[in-house]
Design a protein around this ligand. Structure first.
Ligand code: SF4
Ligand code: SF4
Length: 450
């Protein structure tokens, strides 16, 4: 099979973020191939673990991908404070006689924003709402490269996920579980400190919030998950994250002091994109009364360039307001109103950018998460196989996978159970345990058999 056919067959999507299908992302030619190992949100552990355990495979995977996309320049971007992981990578590069270079980054947020990484390495700025390929680069993360390597070496499909469970728990832990495992079962392994708690799927800055364990009772592990953060129910990350948009509108009208800190520290605005959260906060209270579309676009259009990194909301704003949520709401309104926002020409990169990088240590203090930080790396992986998995047909950008199994069919781990519809953007899905198909719909449920 050809390079992209192997990846497509294995159902690989970006192992973080929105889950872009990897066979499409890698069906290009590029000058740079960059691996994002920055692990930029506080408290995440999985990429570091994978680097310590699988540095050789990672380097071989990078070399293979770079050869296929004709990338002469190959980099791993990693924070320089991850000394053990850098040592492992250097040794693996030497042993493989590889030309992969390690790019050591400062510890700031969002060091792992792929456009930030591309700028740091190449000095090139990706235009607004564009992808790194526009400036000759392709970026993958650690888990994705290892999935590609496993597909090539062993024909293995994506059936399992590594994820850390951290925060207000007795045992910080790394798990390896089948796709479709219930999130509640994963949390139990870490033994939460309190009876009820808030759950953030992902990192504290950009993760999806569940305000209680009941709310997360139906949630399952998908191909893009890598971390579960447990915090007390009344932690500000939870209470702020679930505020209604009506309340956000009212508060912004009375409490926004128009200091512009949200805009001035915005990592994309600093790179030269147009992102103006202060303008949105000044006007959001009257958004439903805007005179016409032109005024709406002029006032709110910059919301489309917001990546929802959360920095304005959880760090920059001295009044503890919610410009990120405001941007997110306006984006959905622009889609609803079918308004097209013109692309702005790039401005020069802010000359004070170096001073506007927010150190992760300060961010952690502001987030109120320092009590959950540990200097100890997680070395031990807990593996378990549940009796039942519920595999979503949409775990990626594009259209849902089409089931090719029926209720009552017996399946084995790794067997194709749903495929990409003809000529569509999507990803294949595979059985993650041996068992019998119990339900077919938006999810395929497999029950293990005696
Ligand atoms: S940082 Fe806060 S107070 Fe200042 S302009 Fe932005 S939303 Fe308003
Ligand atoms: S969330 Fe805030 S800081 Fe982040 S990109 Fe959007 S406006 Fe900028």
């Amino acid at each position: 099979m050809q390079f992209t056919e192997i990846i497509k067959a294995s159902g690989i999507v970006g192992s973080g973020g929105a889950g872009f299908p990897t066979h499409v992302k890698l069906s290009v030619k590029a000058e740079y191939f960059i691996v994002n190992a920055a692990e930029c949100e506080p408290l995440l552990e999985v990429d570091k673990y994978l680097i310590r355990e699988r540095a050789k495979e990672l380097i071989r995977g990078i070399d293979w991908i770079a050869r296929n996309i004709r990338a002469a320049k190959k980099y791993i971007a990693i924070k320089k404070k991850y000394e053990t992981e850098i040592r492992c990578l250097k040794q693996a590069i030497e042993e493989a006689k590889s030309t992969v270079k390690i790019f050591e980054m400062e510890s700031f947020y969002p060091a792992g924003d792929e456009q930030v990484i591309v700028y740091e390495i190449t000095g090139r700025v990706v235009p607004e709402r564009n992808i790194p390929l526009q400036v000759g680069a392709v970026v993958n993360n650690v888990g994705t490269v290892l999935a590609v390597y496993d597909a090539k070496r062993q024909g293995v499909s994506v059936t399992h996920k590594y994820l850390s469970v951290v925060g207000a728990v007795k045992n910080r832990v790394i798990l390896r579980v089948p796709i479709g495992t219930s999130v509640s079962a994963c949390i139990e392994e870490a033994a939460p400190l309190e009876k009820d708690y808030g759950i953030i799927m992902g990192g504290p800055m950009m993760g999806k919030i569940y305000s209680s364990k009941e709310e997360a009772s139906e949630a399952v592990v998908t191909k893009t998950d890598g971390n579960i953060l447990i915090v007390p129910k009344d932690h500000h990350l939870i209470t702020k994250g679930i505020q209604s948009i009506r309340r956000i509108k009212n508060i912004s009208k009375s409490a926004c002091i128009q200091c512009r800190m949200c805009t001035d520290l915005c990592p994309r605005e600093v790179l030269g994109h147009s992102v103006k959260p202060h303008l949105i906060m000044r006007n959001i209270y009257r958004e439903e009364q805007m005179a016409n579309d032109d005024e709406y676009i002029k006032t709110f259009g910059s919301a489309v360039n917001c990546t929802e990194c959360g920095l304005c909301e959880l760090y920059s704003c001295p009044m503890m307001l919610s410009p990120r949520r405001a941007n997110s709401y306006i984006k959905s309104r622009l889609t609803q109103m079918k308004l097209t926002i013109p692309q702005n020409p790039l401005k020069p990169v802010d000359s004070e950018r170096a001073y506007k990088k927010v150190p992760t240590s300060k961010l952690m203090l502001r987030l109120g998460l320092q009590t959950y930080y540990s200097h100890e790396s997680l070395e031990h992986v807990v593996t378990f196989t549940p009796q039942r998995v519920k595999i979503p047909m949409k775990q990626h950008i594009g259209v849902s996978s089409q089931p090719i199994v029926q209720v009552g069919d017996r399946v084995e781990e790794g067997q194709l159970i749903a495929q990409i519809p003809e000529a569509a953007l999507g990803a294949n899905s595979h059985a993650s345990i041996n068992g019998c198909i119990a339900e077919v719909g938006d999810y395929i449920v497999i029950e293990a058999q005696e």
